[in-house]
Write a protein that binds this ligand. Structure first.
Ligand code: SME
Length: 152
């Protein structure tokens, strides 16, 4: 329940940022900050932009991360290619997982589309704990991605 309450709070903040949106980078930077502030278990949270043959690091909070991700390798690329949320309980068991930081143990990646349905980015969240994400995270992070349709 506490997690639902945290997401409700975060979504309220994010909706306000989207409502006052002026620039994509700025809004996504604030979305990353809102999530990192509210969820202490989010070790890394941020966006990768979809660039046809790779994913490019966007606004994020957490330790430094890989700048370019091969579009055929890793969790973020799987979410981009399948255009669906990918939830990984144990990153070491995900073939091709890209370890930007060896402290990441579990991960959830949600695709972000524009209002025409074009893939624009993925929202990636990493945790230092195994199996740290569930259907509640999936539901709310997808809801956040829905709200972000308006900013492209
Ligand atoms: N682990 C991701 C790479 C991005 S970092 O987690 C920030 C992947 O396998 O795509």
């Amino acid at each position: 329940m506490q997690k639902e309450e945290s997401y409700k709070w975060a979504v309220k903040q994010i909706r306000s940022k989207v409502k006052n949106h002026v620039n994509t980078i700025s809004t996504l930077a604030n979305v990353s900050a809102i999530l990192k502030e509210r969820f202490p278990n989010f070790f890394w949270v941020g966006f990768y932009f979809f660039k046809e043959d790779h994913l490019l690091l966007g606004p994020f909070q957490g330790p430094p991360a890989c700048v370019k991700l091969d579009i055929n390798k890793g969790v973020c690329s799987a979410a981009a290619n399948e255009k669906t949320t990918v939830l990984v309980e144990d990153v070491e068991k995900f073939p091709g997982h890209i370890a930007c930081d060896s402290r990441s143990k579990s991960e959830i990646v949600v695709p972000v589309f524009d209002s025409c349905g074009n893939l624009k980015a993925v929202l990636d969240v990493d945790s230092e704990t195994l199996n740290d994400f569930d259907d509640i995270d999936k539901k709310w992070l997808e809801k956040i991605a829905e709200y972000l349709k308006a900013i492209w």
